[in-house]
Design a protein around this ligand. Sequence first.
Ligand code: SF4
Length: 195
Amino acid sequence: MVEDSLQALLAEISGCRLCAAHLPLGPRPVLRASATARVMLVGQAPGTKVHKSGIPFNDPSGDTLRDWLGIDSATFYDENRIAIMPMGFCYPGRDVRGGDSPPRPECAPHWHAQVRALLPNIELTVLIGAYAQAYYLGPRRGASVSETVARWREYLPDFLPTPHPSPRNRNWLRQRPWFLDEVVPELRQRVQALL
Ligand code: SF4
């Protein structure tokens, strides 16, 4: 019953055109969920590759994220266990500096609570990057991603913040060995327990 409602909602989202006027490649929502999922990954927004493939984290960032989670691709893409819902479901275009634009601000406020209401088994939400942390932690977050991630214990058991697993963040990781030494083992352990 919940699954039927969820699938109906996902079908509705697939036809969403709420911010179509701002999307250079047009709407193509990319998210995955099933009512039985116990872990949710909240990332930023699809890039052009994901826009084309429709498969989230099908890139080097995804390989790093799967390593952090301690799971293989088959598990990662099993929506019966893991829901993947970015802050913006569609590719938002590029900003003036050549990077991807922020997730469209209309998306999460319009859709996230509706989707989560039909995911009654989520016990851990991994908040990947600044946008997810700002939305879900609000004033509880730190002044930066580094500070928020360093305070990860405060947000358990519901949330666990991480940096974005982009190869561009290699320096961030090198400078903060505690992330791989302390946060990643905890993340793996919690994810394994819920799968
Ligand atoms: S980004 Fe979100 S709100 Fe905008 S068209 Fe895509 S699904 Fe709709």
